[in-house]
Design a protein. Sequence first.
Length: 371
Amino acid sequence: MPLGIQQNNNFAQIIVDIWNDKVFYQEQEFPAGFMAASILNISEDDLKELIQAGGAPTFLFPVVIQGSDVEAARVLPVLRERMIYLTKEIWKYSPFCYSNPEKELRRIDILFDDNALSKIRTPNSEFQQEFMIFCAAITRIPMAILHFIAAGRFFELDYLRRLKKRNETYFAMAAHDCFSSKEFWDELRELQSWDRDIEPFSVYPELTSTYVFARSPKNEKEMVFVERVYFLRLTDFYTYDLMNGLHHGHAPSQCQGCGRYFLTTNGHIPKYCDGVAPQDSHYTCRQYGAMMHQKEQNKQHPVYRLFNTRTGTIRKHHWRGKISDELRQEALCLAGNYRDKALMNNDYAADGYARDMELEHIYAEAEKRLK
């Protein structure tokens, strides 16, 4: 069978297959650490909305179980709508965005059907247990995301970003130093102070695992042993994915162009991601950053310095009415030609470039072209 099949993922449990430096979830392949890095990209506004969406149902589902018959009948439809809304919010983020939403919607239809109210309120019934497990599991997810984001961003900013090398050894030292620091745990405890029991961050994720057999991703004719890992807490899954990524030399990094977090999978010191640059949609952040870096270098090049000085003067003369627009355009074009020639011909750059870039010469040649 292929990797990631028959995992039975839902809000109450996360199941992934681990093979080498790859993670397989719902038959989809991801580099180790991808999920942990991508969840860091939730904006502050979206995170606030997610937490509010998770908080509302926690006050409603106990009423359905323990309240009067009238109260339960009144609250159940409201709870159903809140659960659907929360589910749609959660589906925006990994790993849930890679799941089948129809499966959970069908589950909500069954668990929150008005006709199922008597079964929900039957003490210790199997249906009531399933209802409570679902409600408890889904309402914990926003807090799990909040706590991991706080830990992950702290780790990336204060430790990973300072590294001079990015490999397993340096990542291990950074993780040890960060997760042993008083400053880190003081910040996490303050964030988690109002309810320490709801998905607190832990360096030691709780999990169970076994082995399954699957076709090798490299050769379908071969079979491989694959570790199947089970998590009952979402925080544990994110932590495990982060650590597993670090083990394989993968780590989150924040793009200096767009500010988004992305996963690095090699030893290069990262600056930019491959997403669309917010400054110019025609370029990726990496391309735009390289272009800006080249421009900064060009400013210091003697050929460019003279070019920028002359073209600046030409534009000022045009603005002050000393030359016509036609002469301005032709003069700028000539200056660009001289610049390009100087960049390609060192002898010309050393001898003739400065002479040709004199304003009198540029204007004289430009006027000849316009005749």
